[in-house]
Structure formats: C-alpha cells, structure tokens
Design a protein around this ligand. Structure first.
Ligand SMILES: Cc1ncc(C[n+]2csc(CCOP(=O)(O)OP(=O)(O)O)c2C)c(N)n1
Length: 326
C-alpha cells in the first residue's frame, strides 16, 4: 500500500493532468469554430490529449527520481506532469512561445526537459530505443537510475519496440516498458491490429516479467511498477507492463470519432479513475480537506501555467533559422 504522501501525490498529479487536458481542449478550440480549421487559433496543429490515462503516469512516476528517464508518446502531457516537467515552460512550448522548453519550435509532441530527463516524440515507439540507451548509460556509469518507455497499444506492434525489448532483456538493462492500452490506434481497435489480446504475454518472448493491469487501476499499477522499478534498480533487468486505460477525447482534437461505438465514453467516464482513486484514498486516511487542497493546488498550477504561456512572447522571426538544419 502506498504511504499517505504517495497517495496524495498521485491524486494531485492526476487532478493536475486532467485539469491540464480539459483546459487545453478549450484553449485549442479558440478560433477553430464554427468551422474546424486546424491551422487557426493560438494552438495550431494537431493536439492529442490523455484525459482518462492519468493512472499510467501517476502510478509509475511516483516511484521515479529526477535522474530517472521517461520517454513518452505523442499523447504526453500526463506523463510530463508526473515526471515533474516545468509546467510553465511546457505550456509555453505548446503555445509556440520563445520561453517554451524548446523555444517554441517543438510543440506538444516534442517536449524535452533535460532537468528531469523527460522527452517525447510524435513518431510512435520512437522513445523505446532512447529509453534503452538511457538505461545503458546509467548502467555503464554505475548508477541505479532507471528508464521508462511509454508506448500506446498501437505502437507496441512497431519493430523498434520489440528490438528495444530484446536488447534491454539481453543486457539486463533497467527499463520499464509501459504500454498504455486505450483500446484504439487512431480509429483502429486493438483487436484489429494486435495478434494477442494481452500484450504482457509478449514478455515471455524476451524472458522477462510481464504484467497486465486491468481497468485503469491506480493502486494495482502502483504495486506492479514498484516491483518493476526495484527489479530494475537491483540490476535484474527490464519489465513489460500493459495497462488497460481510457481515452476520453478523440485521437486528436477535432476527430469526428465516427468509428467509436455510441456510449463508449460515457461508460468509461462512469468508472473514472480519478473519482475512484479519490474514494479509495479517503478510505485510507486522507481527509476530504486534504484531497480538496490537492485538487485546488493542481488547478492553481494549471491556471498559472496557461496565464504564463498566453502572456509569453513568440520567437522573433529573425530566429526562425537558428538551431535548425537549413
Ligand atoms: C512511425 C509512425 N507511424 C505512424 C504514425 C501515425 N500515427 C500517429 S498516432 C498513431 C496511432 C497510435 O496509436 P497508439 O500507439 O495506440 O497510441 P494512442 O494514440 O492510442 O495513444 C499513428 C499510427 C506515427 N506517428 N509514427
């Protein structure tokens, strides 16, 4: 069972991630209605939100330190928040501002925060190799730091993911491969893309432990990730974890979601993982007042980050060709 401070930390992170995504969803639509125009408004371009997937971030990153590495996906905000990425600089980056993590050049799928060893990519499964590299670097330096590679269930079929699992297992590297199984790869259901129902069985092909966490369960994932991180820090090698999670928004904002069965999102929201976790922690000695304070603090930080990002300056046009291959 997590300590009380771990319970409160996970709750605050999940509230922050949810509030962040809901705030981002509203900001993204500014200038894009009544006729959806992906290039309009303060947030032009694609936007992939992770509301519903918060347990995957909080219940894994609660076990991490700043010197551990996380490589996340094109749906990265919850993981970035849980890894402790600077929220103001992250939001400024997403708004394309000069004070963003990457000077406004990367956008929401290319967040890099070296201060906490966090990176993500728009190329699916791209982060698996770099996570193995970070783990190898830690091992060669004699550190017990670990790396977490997040991928979606669609990305788990990529060759690079399996090459990374193989090498990490062969060299006993400290990596957690965490599959966020939200059931969809854009409009393709997992059943139409993946030869096995449960990806954790694929761990056997690499001789490593595999765990399946059903129904977005924060407390079970906490235990599984704790074991996997201890195993990695001990030098016993990688672990594969698949988490059944929920995607409340479309694949991207503006997705008409014609492929989605009617009622799916409502059914998922009826078992919302944050509401469920709040009930569980209040049963475990966290007071209502403490939970409310954590949620208010989360909202305050999100509001401050958006205010900072909106007020920040765009890069100067004369900088357009700096730091790029031209
Ligand atoms: C190598 C590569 N191929 C295709 C794409 C286009 N693409 C973007 S997201 C996506 C589906 C990803 O599904 P999944 O890994 O399950 O993640 P989810 O979007 O469900 O979080 C695809 C095919 C890509 N970004 N990179």
């Amino acid at each position: 069972m997590p300590t009380k401070s771990q319970l409160l930390w996970m709750y605050e992170i999940m509230e922050k991630a949810r509030c962040y995504e809901d705030t981002m969803a509203a900001a993204y639509m500014e200038g894009k209605s009544p006729k959806f125009d992906i290039g309009a408004g303060p947030l032009p371009g694609e936007m992939h939100l992770s509301a519903g997937q918060e347990p995957c971030a909080a219940a894994v990153c609660v076990h991490l330190r700043a010197d551990d590495t996380v490589t996340a996906t094109h749906r990265p905000h919850h993981a970035a928040i849980a890894k402790g990425v600077d929220l103001k600089k992250m939001t400024a980056e997403i708004f394309g501002k000069a004070s963003g993590l990457g000077g406004g050049r990367g956008g929401h799928m290319h967040l890099l925060d070296p201060a906490v060893n966090f990176v993500c990519s728009g190329i699916i499964a791209e982060g698996a190799g770099p996570a193995v590299g970070a783990a190898l670097a830690a091992k060669l330096k004699g550190s017990d730091a670990v790396a977490v590679s997040y991928v979606g269930d669609g990305a788990a079929n990529q060759g690079a993911f399996h090459e990374s699992l193989n090498l990490a297992a062969l060299w006993k590297l400290p990596v957690l491969f965490v599959i966020e199984d939200n059931g969809w790869g854009i409009s393709v259901p997992k059943s139409a893309s993946t030869a096995v129902v449960d990806n954790s069985v694929r761990a056997a092909a690499y001789g490593i432990p595999g765990f399946h966490v059903a129904d977005n369960n924060t407390l079970i994932l906490f235990d599984v990730a704790k074991q996997a991180v201890s195993r990695a820090r001990r030098g016993d090698g990688p672990t594969l974890i698949e988490v059944e999670t929920y995607r409340y928004y479309g694949h991207f904002q503006g997705d008409p979601e014609l492929y989605r069965p009617k009622g799916e999102v409502a059914a998922l929201k009826a078992k919302d993982p944050i509401a469920r976790f709040r009930r569980q922690i209040i049963g475990e000695g966290v007071t209502e007042a403490e939970a409310n304070e954590a949620a208010s603090k989360a909202k305050r930080e999100v509001d401050e980050a958006f205010t900072f990002a909106r007020a920040a300056a765009y890069p100067a046009p004369s900088d357009a060709l700096t730091q790029v291959f031209a």
